[in-house]
Ligand binder design. Structure first.
Ligand SMILES: CC(C)(COP(=O)(O)OP(=O)(O)OC[C@H]1O[C@@H](n2cnc3c(N)ncnc32)[C@H](O)[C@@H]1OP(=O)(O)O)[C@@H](O)C(=O)NCCC(=O)NCCS
Length: 173
């Protein structure tokens, strides 16, 4: 199947398709419920789709978070969830969504982005282990899976502490 992928912002009539993509990719509905909870709390900033013609084949969403440091809270954005339909994986759709998402959050003025995810996937976009900056997630996770990246040079200089996700995550951890 030839794909011509365009990236678009989520619209209300995409919500069912976003659930379907996430449920198919993860094989469960927990991620869809998290996305719905974030949306209900204005916590999807942004939520982007990969469209092949008019079909939603991928989804990526960011949400606001903070890094608690000894000298106060530092704002950061999380790459919160990402999914591609199983039949469309390993063909670059995920990478297109990550790069466009990072471009948009950078343009929106965000300076730091973090992700909890596959440690062999996200470094290709510039993510590094958060622990090398003295930054940790507030919950237990494999050290190599919690990653962070500067969107502005120097944004992590002197920043160390504990990352907290949007409160919608609380019911899922
Ligand atoms: C992860 C995901 C979004 C990537 O989308 P994609 O369109 O296949 O991504 P790309 O085509 O840009 O890149 C494919 C790469 O991702 C890697 N990848 C996919 N799943 C992976 C996993 N579970 N662990 C490590 N790497 C993985 C592939 O091995 C491939 O690596 P390569 O380029 O070195 O061959 C997709 O595989 C997916 O939906 N997976 C299930 C849901 C999920 O795990 N979401 C991410 C949560 S952190």
């Amino acid at each position: 199947m030839t794909m011509t992928i365009t990236i678009a912002s989520e619209q209300p009539d995409h919500i069912d398709a976003i659930r379907a993509v996430n449920d198919a990719a993860f094989g469960q509905s927990e991620e869809s419920r998290l996305i719905d909870a974030l949306r209900d709390d204005n916590g999807l900033t942004p939520s982007l789709l990969a469209l092949n013609d008019d079909q939603v084949v991928g989804h990526i969403a960011f949400s606001p978070g903070i890094i608690n440091t000894d000298s106060g809270d530092v704002p950061a954005i999380s790459l919160s969830c990402m999914a591609v339909l199983p039949d469309c994986q390993k063909r670059g759709v995920g990478s297109l969504m990550v790069r466009e998402g990072l471009r948009q959050v950078t343009d929106a003025g965000h300076r730091i982005v973090f992700v909890l995810g596959h440690p062999t996937y996200y470094p290709r976009f510039g993510f590094q282990r958060a622990s090398t900056f003295g930054i940790r997630w507030e919950h237990e996770c494999p050290d190599e899976a919690f990653m962070i990246m500067e969107l502005q040079p120097g944004a992590l200089t002197g920043v160390s502490g504990t990352v907290r996700y949007h409160k919608a995550f609380d019911m899922f951890v």
